[in-house]
Design a binder for this molecule. Structure first.
Ligand SMILES: *Cc1c(COP(=O)(O)O)cnc(C)c1O
Length: 395
């Protein structure tokens, strides 16, 4: 049995999304910027896709800009808001300590240019509150950027409340909603979101395509210069097959949101209940406000990397944190941000489910994870020291 439980890293494409892409490779292959009929047919498909994304997010088509993915949308949203702020002498940005690197590294670059960044503490409840945002807003704050849901530990942030606080304070609000779109109900107007990033490959669409929602009236700064595509704000011939595949996947996800949520949440809760039985373990992330498919644990006395390798041998594809940090020996910045000490953060496991997973697969995971954890503890000098009292348990 092979169980794919790494859907927060990427998802397999749905048949609907694959089918939607195919005609755009060899039939409707024109360049939407061409004036002839082949180009205009492509242009129509592009604008149809834009309208469909806008309808799902609750905005106008002209507020949607297609990008190469979530990272690019995050970069452009944050840089645009920063440039706008700087023009008004506002150079303070608020974010959280557990953002994706697409956000954190963009903020670090802005810090080098003289911006000041406040990263909100996420230790309390492994989440933030709108009150924390309100308390951090200053006269010179130009942007609040917080993720909608965390990719490693699954916490879902109080986005409508944060949107409300930002609107009242007159501060722009961007959310990296890459883990939320297609999985949670989102309405950018109702939730007072000014800028939002999404990515196709996190909801069974293709990789290398995403979108940025930017509320009308907020001027975007180009991250990629060139032609006048995307209202002059994002140069480059549009990835029409990708865009059409992404829209099909998004519509499919939204159409089945309730049933998928019910199915995935039930599997998630069974995994959390089962893995909680392992002694000296702890659930990471908000236990209540949590992505339907996220299961994240720390197990004391083991190495997450060895756990992943052995699980892979037993047919379970999982992750220790985010795909972006694996390969480095540093523990995940997210786990450190929620207050896990290095030793504990090293023994992490993230299982991220989708509606393609089955109850049989959950049974398999519930059999092999406790076995592998017990085996690794059996050969771990750290575990021996914990048992003999040379070290004290943290969990
Ligand atoms: C995957 C992910 C991204 C990056 O999206 P890409 O399309 O892979 O660039 C950004 N933020 C979060 C929260 C993610 O999970």
């Amino acid at each position: 049995m092979q169980v794919y439980a790494d859907n927060a890293a990427t998802t397999k494409m749905s048949q609907a999304a694959i089918r939607a892409m195919v005609p755009y490779f060899d039939q409707i292959y024109g360049n939407p910027s061409s004036l002839h009929s082949v180009g205009q047919e492509a242009k129509e498909a592009l604008e149809d896709a834009r309208a469909r994304v806008a309808k799902i997010l609750g905005c106008e088509p002209r507020e949607i800009y297609f990008t190469s993915g979530g990272s690019e949308a995050d970069n452009q949203a944050i840089i645009s808001a920063a440039r706008l702020g700087a023009r008004k002498g506002k150079r303070h940005i608020i974010s959280t300590a557990f953002e994706h690197h697409a956000v954190l590294h963009t903020l670090q670059r802005l810090e080098k240019e003289g911006f000041e960044v406040t990263l909100l503490d996420v230790r309390q409840g492994h989440n933030i509150t709108a009150g924390q945002v309100r308390d951090a807003i200053r006269e010179d704050t130009c942007l609040v950027t917080t993720m909608y849901a965390n990719n490693e530990i699954g916490s879902v942030l109080p986005i409508p409340q944060i949107g409300q606080v930002c609107r009242e304070a007159g501060v722009l609000f961007h959310t990296d909603a890459v883990q939320a779109v297609g999985h949670l109900a989102i309405d950018v107007k109702e939730q007072n979101i000014d800028l939002l990033s999404l990515s196709g490959h996190k909801f069974h669409g293709p990789k290398g395509v995403g979108a940025l929602y930017c509320r009308r009236g907020i001027p975007l700064t180009n991250v990629i210069e060139g032609g006048a595509q995307e209202r002059g704000k994002r140069a480059g011939t549009e990835n029409l097959p990708g865009i059409c595949g992404m829209v099909a996947a998004l519509e499919d996800a939204v159409a089945h949101l309730e049933e998928n949520t019910a199915k995935v949440t039930a599997m998630r809760d069974r995994l959390i209940a089962g893995l909680s039985q392992i002694p000296h373990s702890a659930l990471n992330g908000d236990p209540v406000n949590r992505l339907p498919g996220n299961v994240s644990f720390c197990f004391e006395g083991i190495e997450g990397e060895s756990l992943l390798l052995l699980l892979d041998m037993k047919g379970v594809c999982a992750s220790s944190g985010s795909a972006c940090t694996s390969g480095s020996l540093d523990p995940s910045h997210v786990l450190l941000a929620i207050g896990r000490v290095h030793d504990v953060a090293h023994g992490s496991l993230r299982l991220s489910l989708s509606e393609y997973n089955t109850e049989e697969e959950v049974d398999h995971i519930l059999t092999v994870v406790p076995e592998v954890v017990a085996y690794l503890r059996g050969i771990s000098p750290v575990w021996r020291d914990l048992q003999t009292g040379k070290r004290t348990y943290i969990l």
